[in-house]
Design a protein around this ligand. Structure first.
Ligand code: LLP
Length: 433
């Protein structure tokens, strides 16, 4: 459930008409609902309330300071995957002991930054990385908690580009090798092994792959404990999917996910962490865009929007489906007809949907992409020198621009000119004479 609903035929974000925001901010823009973010976080928190736990929001999904602060105020931890995300989490006021550092290629600088700033744990992804964490921690006179991410070789049954738990994926260490890696971790100075980490992929629409993975983690916990390791924390990753298309079968809910966790690993007495991103932010955000032209092609009609693949890359990158709805609802009984919905970027890949059935739309009309809150703004670029799409947040009847659209001057000012171009060379000026 989200808080983008029609009232008397006009789409609202909580208590604010979307069209009103579009008139003041301009299009395209991302729009987030505080109530939806908070609601989704609480669903996870409640789903794990049977035991000690921390919900660490995977901030790669949407990392604006306002979003992080909203969730941090609810008690969320953060799952970060880069020095930049770590800095963002700290800037939003998240204490180090609520920040988990994941990611397959943490650099020495990032590791140092996190140890100095405070960290709940590193989720280690390889033996070479473990050695570097050990060395940096020892240099700093610290002992840092680690889990080791195991790759359970489970098919997450999701899009190949976002599946991470099969042996051919770059993530984690093979679960069959885990005992050796844990033994090595126990020998290294500066590390305190505290648990196991697993994350098998994103946009999972069934519980069964989680169940397979978590059962393997439960078995491994027993084995490692028998080997003498103190396993007190299990980080079970993120990945729970959301319904993007209305026709989709409904993916499992956070409550089902929490019950599954209790059933598979609850008996081990570990503190549980999860790292949901998409389910917290996905339906808490929409992308609002305006129709520039309705263009009649040969045998097809194009809806050319001012939003493009650089603003929302998911359809181009993962063939992802987003519901696209008019901001002013069509008259009841209005006839639907097929449109190819595209952006203005000079690539055929800049296509959001083909043959999508839409109500009548005309130049200047507003549309909203639903479920765009996760992996939307964070994956945007300035391709075609299109300004990075701004972000707006609502809370009840309050509206705030949480990231402004850069001006062309600001965009150009980020470039700098090398000396040899700054002053015209003699040859150039001679030629000009
Ligand atoms: N933990 C780890 C270690 C991850 O790699 C990810 C996502 C998550 C947690 C959060 O997963 P979630 O709950 O959001 O599914 N850009 C793609 C999704 C990439 C996901 C990468 N890792 C998309 O737009 O679908």
């Amino acid at each position: 459930m989200d808080h983008f609903l029609y009232r008397d035929g006009a789409l609202f974000a909580e208590d604010v008409p979307v069209a009103e925001i579009a008139a003041s901010v301009g299009t395209p823009f991302y729009l987030y609902s505080t109530a939806t973010l908070v609601r989704h976080f609480r669903l996870f928190d409640e789903a794990l309330s049977w035991g000690p736990h921390l919900v660490c929001y995977a901030m790669k999904a949407a990392s604006n300071q306002a979003i992080l602060k909203t969730l941090a105020a609810e008690g969320a931890g953060m799952d970060v995957v880069s020095g930049g995300e770590y800095a963002r989490a700290k800037a939003a006021g998240v204490p180090g002991d609520r920040i988990v550092f994941s990611g397959v290629g943490k650099t020495e600088d990032e590791i140092r930054m996190a140890i100095e700033g405070g960290i709940r744990q590193f989720n280690v992804e390889s033996e070479p990385e473990m050695a570097v964490i050990s060395r940096v921690a020892t240099d700093l006179g610290a002992t840092v908690p680690i889990t080791i991410r195991v790759n359970p070789d489970v098919d997450a049954k999701t899009h190949a580009k976002i599946a991470t738990g099969k042996s051919e994926n770059k993530f984690g260490i093979p679960i069959a090798k885990a005992r050796d890696t844990y033994a090595e971790a126990a020998r290294l100075p500066g590390l305190k092994v505290i648990g196991i980490d697993v994350h098998i992929g994103s946009q999972l629409t069934q519980l069964e792959p989680f169940e397979q993975a978590y059962k393997k983690v439960a078995e491994l916990t027993e084995t490692l404990r028998a080997d003498g390791h103190e396993i007190t924390r299990l980080d079970l990753g993120g990945g729970l999917g959301i319904p993007y298309a209305r026709s989709n079968e409904a993916p499992p809910l956070p409550g089902d996910f929490g019950a599954l966790i209790q059933r598979t690993v609850g008996h081990l007495g570990c503190e549980i962490e999860i790292e949901p991103g998409r389910l917290i932010a996905g339906n808490a955000g929409i992308l609002v865009s305006r129709v520039i032209y309705v263009k009649e092609g040969e045998g097809r009609r194009f809806l050319i929007l001012d939003g493009a693949m650089n603003d929302l890359i998911r359809p181009a990158m993962y063939d992802a489906h987003h519901e696209i709805v008019p901001v002013i609802e069509a008259e009841p009984g209005a006839e639907l007809s097929p449109f190819d919905i595209v952006g203005p970027v000079c690539e055929s890949g800049d296509t959001f949907a083909k043959g999508r059935l839409m109500p009548p739309l005309a130049d200047g009309d507003l549309v909203a992409f639903r479920s765009a809150g996760a992996y939307g703004a964070v994956m945007a670029s300035e391709y075609n020198t299109r300004p990075l799409v701004p972000e707006v947040m609502v809370k009840g009847d309050q509206v705030s621009v949480i990231r402004a659209r850069p001006s062309y001057e600001e965009m150009i000012a980020r470039d700098s000119i090398p000396d040899w171009l700054a002053t015209p060379s003699n040859a150039d000026s001679a030629a000009a004479e």
